[in-house]
Design a binder for this molecule. Structure first.
Ligand SMILES: Cc1cc2nc3c(=O)[nH]c(=O)nc-3n(C[C@H](O)[C@H](O)[C@H](O)COP(=O)(O)OP(=O)(O)OC[C@H]3O[C@@H](n4cnc5c(N)ncnc54)[C@H](O)[C@@H]3O)c2cc1C
Length: 586
């Protein structure tokens, strides 16, 4: 580092997934910006958080790094196996509707591989991402811990590394994970919107069995609940497996046992994990952390931003941490680039960034709480689950709250019906296992539908595409949104023409036949879920005209696909039966 100190446009503190993703997107879409990343450690270094969701693959592709991650040979995550919920036997879910094809690796980012995720050894993954950020134009400093954040009012005036180097920049980003170096310098208060306080103990094992070998290099995450917590089992390379135990902090305290004792006991006690670890060698070092979900009360200041886990964290049961982190870093990069262009109102840009990140983390925290409640072993959360539904204007029992969730009770800030980054179809599949859902699609018993925009206001919401922040018109009422894009826009247009289901179906068919087949398929798939979510959130009122026919919709079809890997013939039989029995399926 130079004796005069470093001057740059963007100083990023922390070189984990948030810092490297942000740096890569800034370099890709704003090549004239001088971006510097300061990382305390020298990579490779271990880090918890190894099981990804498929959305990350899209980010990696856009960053131009998917091929490098694929070439590292990480296990392909095609879904998960759970022991959870009301059923105590194992249940499986898959990101794919078919078996993973036997495509040799390294594969291309195409077909099925667009819908799968990775289980990553973070010592390798984080280094690939940080090296990539450097390759595309960021200057990276490793072993450069930021020790001091110089502040004046709400401004960062400069940074100092542990070795005394001075850094000044136009924008400062805190990507330091849970440490929150800039967040703590400004004493930003954090919320803890959950009753759940867990601790996690984890270690690494060599040569454990893989629970399943699917296609080439594919497997499933294992989440096994115990009477007092749960165990994760993630193969993260051909030979290395991450195994962790999560349990309530209160249980840990009252047990008066050491983490190592509790950890080893739990792995022995859980039969599937015990079996998979027979013959495996423990690397011998147990890591521990408290994993309490939190949310920073503000995530930007006069010239600084929080990105990734420094802005908030949701319980690891959903394996969503890195997805939230990398989405957040991407959106911050696009926000900074728009601030530079000066075409949008900066207050709108910043408020959109804050609103989206906070709502996303909050949604994931709520969803994690639902998840724990439905395990039947976290009794103290039951009342809280009701509270979640109440916040959304409903007075429901915990079980009914799950049913409501599975119906896609509202439209999410990511413009999809669901919860955080979880699409409604996935939630339905989960709730089917957690607590059987009795909900029926409105098409099955209603045939007159009216658009209800009473009292709604038109607002602009941000959408992040191709390095730009685009304004999307939405209706907003009582904190709920109806975005005027994609399937929603089509539904609004159709309902402006007619209230009759049959007429709507005819118009939809005409529209589908005029679209590119991929677009048509996507719209046809999204239409029923999006329509249902609009009914649930009050944008559509539904009634029945006994003189007009019903058009029952088949929501079962995708559920059977979950069973596919277990018994293909049976799944095919069920799909054929479900299709055959449904008149007029869209
Ligand atoms: C128990 C547990 C289990 C989890 N399981 C999952 C999972 O299965 N799937 C998932 O997606 N997520 C999981 N997560 C979440 C995941 O770990 C985080 O979402 C992710 O690591 C956040 O990335 P980040 O870049 O924001 O922070 P980090 O990955 O923590 O990176 C921050 C970086 O900043 C550096 N740094 C810190 N302070 C300074 C400083 N002062 N100066 C310079 N550098 C600094 C650190 O060395 C580090 O490299 C889990 C988390 C926990 C606690």
């Amino acid at each position: 580092m130079s004796a005069d100190g470093i001057k740059c446009d963007v100083a990023v503190v922390g070189g984990g997934p948030a810092g490297s993703t942000l740096g890569t997107f800034l370099a890709k879409y704003g090549p004239n910006l001088d971006v510097r990343i300061f990382e305390a450690e020298v990579f490779p270094r271990d880090h918890v958080g190894e099981s990804q969701l498929p959305n990350i693959s899209e980010f990696l592709h856009e960053m131009g790094v998917w091929e490098k991650v694929e070439a590292a040979g990480f296990p392909v995550k095609v879904g998960g196996t759970f022991k959870w919920g009301m059923k105590r036997d194992l249940w499986h879910f898959s990101f794919l509707q078919d078996e993973l094809k036997e495509i040799p690796r390294p594969a291309e980012f195409a077909g099925q591989r667009r819908q799968t995720a990775f289980h990553v050894d973070r010592s390798v993954y984080d280094k690939i991402l940080l090296d990539h950020a450097e390759e595309v134009g960021c200057k990276v400093y490793q072993g450069a811990r930021i020790q001091k954040v110089l502040t004046d009012d709400d401004c960062v005036m400069g940074l100092r590394t542990a070795s005394g180097e001075a850094i000044t920049a136009r924008y400062y980003v805190d990507a330091t994970g849970h440490r929150g170096t800039i967040r703590t310098a400004f004493d930003v208060p954090c919320e803890y919107p959950t009753a759940l306080q867990n601790v996690a103990f984890w270690g690494y094992w060599q040569n454990a069995e893989w629970p399943e070998n699917i296609g080439i290099g594919g497997t499933r995450a294992q989440i096994m609940s115990l009477p007092y917590g749960w165990v994760w089992f993630f193969p993260i390379s051909q030979t290395r497996t991450s195994v962790g135990l999560v349990l309530p902090a209160s249980y840990y305290k009252e047990s008066r046992q050491r983490p190592e004792e509790l950890y080893q006991q739990a792995l022995k006690q859980e039969p599937r994990i015990n079996y998979l670890l027979t013959g495996a060698a423990y690397e011998g070092q147990l890591s521990t952390t408290k994993d309490w979900s939190f949310l920073a009360s503000r995530i930007y200041g006069a010239n600084w931003f929080l990105a990734g886990e420094s802005a908030g964290f949701a319980d690891p049961i959903l394996s969503a941490g890195m997805t939230i982190t990398q989405a957040c870093a991407r959106e911050l990069a696009f926000t900074i680039l728009e601030l530079e262009r000066g075409e949008h109102d900066p207050v709108w840009l910043l408020d959109e960034y804050q609103r989206l990140q906070s709502n996303r983390v909050r949604s994931h925290i709520k969803f994690a709480d639902f998840w724990y409640t439905s395990n039947g072993q976290f009794e103290d959360l039951k009342e809280y689950t009701r509270q979640i539904a109440k916040w959304n204007g409903l007075d429901l029992s915990p079980n009914d709250a799950w049913t409501w969730l599975a119906r896609g009770g509202f439209i999410d800030d990511d413009f999809a019906p669901g919860f955080g980054t979880f699409h409604i179809q996935g939630i339905r599949e989960l709730s089917e296992y957690m607590d059987p859902v009795k909900a029926e699609h409105p098409f099955n018993h209603k045939n007159v539908f009216r658009l209800n925009l009473d009292g709604a206001q038109v607002v602009s919401r941000a959408r992040y595409v191709g390095g730009r922040v685009v304004k999307i018109e939405c209706y907003e009422r009582d904190g709920k949104i109806l975005p005027l894009i994609g399937a929603y826009e089509v539904i609004v247009d159709l309902l402006r023409q007619t209230t009759r289901m049959m007429e709507m179906v005819q118009s939809l068919k005409q529209l589908l036949s005029s679209l590119h087949p991929n677009m048509a398929q996507r719209l046809a798939t999204e239409f029923p879920s999006y329509f249902w979510a609009m009914v649930e959130s009050g944008w559509i009122t539904a009634s029945r005209d006994p003189a007009a026919p019903l058009i029952p919709i088949n929501m079962q079809r995708q559920w059977w696909a979950m069973e596919w890997h277990k018994d293909k013939k049976e799944a095919l039989r069920k799909i054929a039966k479900a299709d055959g029995s449904t008149a007029g399926t869209i």
